[in-house]
Each structure stands twice: as structure tokens, then as C-alpha cells.
Design a binder for this molecule. Structure first.
Ligand SMILES: Cc1ncc(C[n+]2csc(CCOP(=O)(O)OP(=O)(O)O)c2C)c(N)n1
Ligand SMILES: CC(=O)[C@@H](O)[C@H](O)COP(=O)(O)O
Ligand SMILES: [Mg+2]
Length: 631
């Protein structure tokens, strides 16, 4: 690793560096970002875009006494390098290595680990209120992207922060005009105007020259200029909106001009009340291949070749690509079907639909709550919306699913990508909640396809439901070969049927293959099994009770938290039907999982054929000795 970065033991060392060293530091940081993300994958574009901004932040503010909160946290690599963790970047996002997001166990400089967007300003408001009550004069800084600023929570926080002229919160808007794709919405349009309006700077220069060239140089002229400048700026950008709310606006500032950033941040630090610094940056700055990448400016990269920017590991056709193709076929047949994305058009696979039917796919920004309730509105208006989000991000819209969609029996289909263990992005990204949360929603239909063929079939069954919410959830990454059923009982697929079977395996989604392989392991010991895939895990087909009655034990396997998941639902269903067959529930332990590869985590959780077979063997022998332990 290079010299200036190596010489830093923490952010205070930044203040002894001169301009030349600081410029060299920025170069070295970019080189380390490129090397470590090319090797490990990660968020290249966002971090290349905040190099100067982060250096300026840590020179002006005194972390950790001053709290710096990163919204979403995917752009905190530079912050990590400047707070003593540059050496760790060889292990970025690896098991036991550096997390790709802030991590309290890594550093006292890190505060928020949740990578769900739009939360930073609420943390900042809370921290600042605490400081006010304790009479502390420390500073709170929240760095929020233009994308995250489209999230509803951000505006709830702004409403509160602006309420008190003494609330010492510095909001740094990192405005690069992009989430993955260009950020959308009225606010984004105004921010875009200020970034790209050629009139803005020459107009101000011309006014300043005219006013200062006349005889009225001095306060009056300055005030006139200031009033006109503000007038011009108001015409171009929403900072008047912020100031009208009670938040001082500073900017727009070139976020790659470290000196300008430091001046703006110093002014904000001295302001002593709610203040917003509007930084204009470029995602991918310093790596032209990223800047030129139309899809997402290398927002989230797999390991790649530095020379070409091309991924070095070609990801096999995944679940998302199956959905991407099938939703276009459905859209061809069903003019009432429309798509909704929360700023993730490509990652959720709605891009092909949007290309073919641009008027029928809506990007609402990072606004999942709005997405869900506006979908209810679309359904009430006679359309059939398909809301495509990552499973974990639906959590924040649970109330909207429950009471805006289900209560009104709206025909809305939710497609949950990245359901189950995702791994690399840490605890807040695993889609381990939906099979539990959605079990609570009256009337909702919930499907977990085991392969691509079932995804296509279940998606069609879902969009055919027009009087209730329907959900289809699938995992991150590669999709296995289709698993043929030997029979179908009600909505349940029978995948294996041994004669006089002792064990009934209930394999959910892609873990149906784990159940099949575990049955193979047991067959070697002479243990016979039936393996079923419920397909619709809600409502669970009542045939499950008759199937269970004919076995000595039921073993469920799912890629969701154990608490309240499919296994728990099966156990409750059997209990309610008076079927006393013991149930072994295999799922994700109900805890926050540290980052690691999906396969490593599944192994650690015992969601493998060996582990499931071994547990089943001991459960069966327990039955033989009279120990009928549920679990
Ligand atoms: C609630 C939620 N929805 C979606 C995402 C996925 N996501 C991660 S970063 C990102 C874009 C963020 O854009 P912005 O805030 O402008 O930050 P930038 O990457 O441009 O620095 C999105 C949509 C998320 N993290 N949280
Ligand atoms: C930060 C964020 O929420 C996403 O960018 C996340 O990294 C998703 O990654 P995948 O799309 O690779 O699952
Ligand atoms: Mg952005």
C-alpha cells in the first residue's frame, strides 16, 4: 500500500497534511478502492465518488467525538481507510474480513450498520437532540445520497430537524444524480437542474460583475447581489425549499474540490443549527469505465478486470433473469399488468419490461412504502401491479401490505428477489423475514418456487389473483435445474415418494433440493422418505395434514428465519388438525448474521443435506427410544 495512506493512524493525522499530500492521498485511496473491489467485488462507483468529500469531512470534523453517519453505508470504504482500516481491504466483504458497511465491532468511528436507505437523518436528529439535552457541543453529520433522499423517512427527519433552529445537524447531500439509474422524482429533477444548468454560474458571474463595476460597491450592492443570487438559485434548485423549512442551505459545492468542500463544511460546522451542504459528485469519479457505465456506474460490482471493467466471474443465469423474461411474456398477454421498482430497475429484473413497455413500469425512487400503497391505488384503478423489491426491503412496507393492500383485497403481486440468505451484504440484507412476516397477513397468497420452471408457473398463478395480495419469493444468484414432480396433491408437488416412508420432508423453495438430497442420504441407511414442495406456503394446502398422518416425522427445510416461518406454520397446522406427528424445523437461526458467502452461511446454519439427514436420523432414533422432541 502507498505511503501517505500508510502514514495515517487515524483522521487527526489528516490535519497535518499539505495540499500536495492530500492530492496524493486521494490518488492512493482510489487505487486501493479499485484494487480491492476488483478483487473482492463491492460498491466501487459510490466510493470513488466520495473520496474528496470524505477526506474533507474528516479534516473538518473530529470523529468519533463528532458523529458521522453514512446513509445506507455502502459508500463508507473511504471513511474506513481514513479511520485505520486500510490494511483490511484485502479481505473486503469476506468471511471474518472487513464488512462492506459501517461496523461497530470494527471501529468507534462507525455508528449505523443497517444498509437500508434513508435512515441517516433520523439517527442524526436523535443524536443531536441527545447532545442538546446533555449540553454537549459535539457535532452530528449525516451523509445522504440523492437516492436515499427520495425515501420517506428522510423527509420525516427533515421535518423534525428543521423544527428547532438550534438542532445542530449537518446534512451533507452527496448528489451524484444516481441511485443505480438516474434518481427520479420532483426533487431529483430540481437537483439535476442545478447540476446541469449552464445559466447558473455565468448568470451569477455577470450579475456580480455588473453590481461591483458600478459606483454602488459595498453593502447595498452586495445585498442586491445576494438577493438576486438567491433568487436565481431558488429558480434553479430547491434549496429555497430547505431554507423556507428552516434549514440553512450551503451549495452547490463541487464535491471533488476538497478545498471547497472543507470551506463549506467549516461554514456548516460554525452555523450552530440545522444546515445542509449540497455536494455535487460523480459516481465512479476517477475510473472512466465506471462513470461511463449507463446501467449503474458500477454501483455494485462483482470481481472485475481493471483494464476492461468486465466481471471476471460470469454469474450463471439466475433467478432474476427468469423473472425478467417471464414478466415480459406476461406483460405481452396482460395489458393491465404494470411494474413498480424502488430505484432498482436492473437489479430486480424489470428492465426488459420497461424497455418494451416504458409507460407501464414505474420507478418511484427508494420509496418502498409509497410503492406498495401506490400499487394498491393502481389495483383499485383496474390495473394489476407487480411490485419487484428485494425481500429485506419489503420489511419497511409491512403496514402498507397489511392495511393498504390486503385489507382492501387489492390484486397486487409482490416479487421478492434476494429472499433468504444473501450473505455478502451483511445482516440487514438477508431476506430472512418475509416468510414469517407475511404469514400474518390475512388473505395474502405466498409462493416459494423451487426452480425456474416453478417461478414461471407460480408467477402466472400469482398475477391471476385479482382479489388479494400475492407474493413470489426467490433467492439471490444462480437457479438450479428444474426439479420434476412425481405427483401433485392439491397445490403441493410430490418430489419423491418411497413406499412405507418414515419421513415427510417439506422442502421450501430452492431448499427442496436439500430435502431431496437428505432423503437420498437416509435411503442409504434404509430410511424411506416422502419429499414435498408446498409451492404455496400460504395458504398451506390442507392435504399436508393427511400427508403428515402417514409418516413418523415431518422435517421442514426453508431459507427463512425459523421463528414464524413455514416450519412453524406446518407445526401449527398439524397441531390445529390434531395430528401429533413431531416436526423438525430447519431454517435460519433467528439472529443477525455476519457477512460471508451464502454457501458458507447455509453450511454454518446446518441447511445442508448432511446436517438435515443427520438431525433426522437422531430424531428417528429418539422416537425409537420414546424421546419425541419437537424442534
Ligand atoms: C430501503 C432500501 N431500498 C433499496 C436499497 C438498495 N440500494 C442500495 S444503495 C441504493 C442507491 C442509493 O443511492 P444514493 O443514496 O444516491 O447513494 P449513491 O450510491 O448514489 O452514493 C439503493 C437503491 C437499500 N439499501 N435500502
Ligand atoms: C447497498 C445495497 O443495498 C445494494 O446495492 C446491495 O449491495 C445489493 O447487492 P446485490 O444486488 O448484489 O444483492
Ligand atoms: Mg446518488
Amino acid at each position: 500500500m502507498a505511503s501517505v495512506l500508510r502514514s495515517l493512524s487515524g483522521p487527526t493525522d489528516l490535519r497535518r497534511l499539505g495540499d500536495a499530500e492530500l492530492t496524493e492521498l486521494a490518488t492512493e485511496i482510489r487505487q486501493l478502492l479499485l484494487e480491492s473491489v476488483a478483487a473482492n467485488g463491492g460498491h466501487l462507483g459510490p466510493n470513488l465518488g466520495v473520496v474528496e468529500l470524505t477526506i474533507a469531512l474528516h479534516r473538518v470534523f473530529e470523529s468519533p467525538r463528532d458523529r458521522i453517519v453514512w446513509d445506507t453505508g455502502h459508500q463508507s470504504y473511504v471513511h474506513k481507510m481514513l479511520t485505520g482500516r486500510a490494511d483490511g481491504f484485502a479481505t473486503l466483504r469476506q468471511e471474518g474480513g472487513l464488512s462492506g458497511y459501517p461496523s461497530r465491532s470494527e471501529s468507534d468511528h462507525d455508528w449505523v450498520e443497517n444498509s437500508h436507505a434513508s435512515t441517516s437523518l433520523s439517527y442524526a436528529d436523535g443524536l443531536a437532540r441527545a447532545y442538546q439535552l446533555q449540553g454537549r457541543d459535539d457535532h452530528v453529520v449525516a451523509v445522504i445520497g440523492d437516492g436515499a433522499l427520495t425515501g420517506g423517512m428522510a423527509w420525516e427527519a427533515i421535518n423534525n430537524i428543521a423544527a428547532d433552529p438550534h438542532r445542530r445537524v449537518v446534512i451533507v447531500v452527496n448528489d451524484n444524480g444516481r441511485s443505480y439509474t438516474p434518481t427520479v422524482g420532483g426533487l431529483a429533477n430540481k437537483l439535476t437542474e442545478i447540476r446541469t444548468n449552464p445559466r447558473y454560474e455565468p448568470t451569477l458571474t455577470a450579475i456580480r460583475e455588473r453590481l461591483t463595476s458600478g459606483h454602488r460597491i459595498g453593502e447595498v450592492a452586495y445585498e442586491a447581489l445576494h438577493a438576486v443570487k438567491k433568487g436565481v438559485k431558488d429558480a434553479l434548485a430547491p434549496q429555497g425549499m430547505f431554507e423556507d423549512l428552516g434549514i440553512k442551505y450551503i451549495g452547490p459545492v463541487d464535491g471533488h474540490d476538497r478545498t471547497a468542500m472543507e470551506q463549506a463544511l467549516l461554514a456548516a460546522k460554525r452555523f450552530g443549527g440545522p444546515v445542509l451542504v449540497h455536494a455535487i459528485t460523480t459516481k465512479g469519479q476517477g475510473y472512466d469505465i465506471a462513470v461511463a457505465n449507463e446501467n449503474d456506474q458500477m454501483h455494485q460490482s462483482h470481481p472485475f478486470d481493471l483494464a476492461t471493467g468486465e466481471a471476471t466471474t460470469v454469474a450463471p443465469a439466475g433467478w432474476t433473469s427468469v423473472f425478467r423474461d417471464e414478466i415480459v411474456r406476461i406483460a405481452d398477454e396482460r395489458p393491465d399488468v404494470v411494474g413498480i421498482t424502488a430505484a432498482m430497475l436492473y437489479p430486480v429484473g424489470l428492465d426488459a419490461f420497461a424497455d418494451k413497455f416504458p409507460d407501464r413500469v414505474f420507478d418511484v425512487g427508494i420509496a418502498e412504502q409509497h410503492a406498495v400503497t401506490s400499487a394498491a391505488g393502481l389495483a383499485m384503478g383496474g390495473l394489476h401491479p407487480v411490485v419487484a423489491v428485494y425481500a429485506t426491503f419489503l420489511n419497511r412496507a409491512f403496514d402498507q401490505v397489511l392495511l393498504d393492500v390486503a385489507l382492501h383485497r387489492c390484486g397486487v403481486t409482490f416479487v421478492l428477489d434476494r429472499a433468504g440468505v444473501t450473505g455478502d451484504d451483511g445482516a440487514s440484507h438477508n431476506g430472512m423475514w418475509d416468510l414469517s412476516l407475511l404469514q400474518l397477513v390475512p388473505g395474502l397468497h405466498l409462493a416459494a418456487p423451487r426452480d425456474g420452471g416453478q417461478l414461471r408457473e407460480l408467477l402466472r398463478e400469482a398475477v391471476a389473483i385479482d382479489d388479494a395480495p400475492s407474493v413470489v419469493r426467490f433467492a439471490k444468484g444462480a437457479v438450479g435445474p428444474d426439479i420434476e414432480a412425481v405427483d401433485r396433491v392439491g397445490t403441493i408437488d410430490v418430489l419423491r415418494r418411497d413406499a412405507a416412508a418414515d419421513v415427510l420432508f417439506v422442502g421450501v423453495g430452492p431448499l427442496a433440493q436439500v430435502a431431496l438430497d437428505a432423503a437420498d442420504h437416509l435411503a442409504v441407511d434404509g430410511v424411506a422418505s416422502t419429499v414435498v414442495d408446498p409451492r404455496w406456503v400460504k395458504p398451506l394446502d390442507p392435504a399436508i395434514t393427511d400427508l403428515a398422518r402417514r409418516h413418523r416425522i415431518v422435517v421442514t427445510v426453508e431459507d427463512n428465519g425459523r421463528q414464524g416461518g413455514v416450519g412453524a406454520t406446518v407445526a401449527q397446522t398439524l397441531h390445529d388438525a390434531g395430528v401429533s406427528v413431531p416436526v423438525r424445523i430447519h431454517g435460519i437461526t433467528q439472529e443477525f448474521l455476519d457477512h460471508a458467502k451464502r454457501g458458507v452461511i447455509l453450511e454454518r446454519l446446518g441447511l445442508t443435506p448432511d446436517a438435515v439427514a443427520s438431525d433426522t436420523r437422531s430424531a428417528l432414533s429418539g422416537l425409537d427410544t420414546g424421546n419425541t422432541q419437537q424442534g
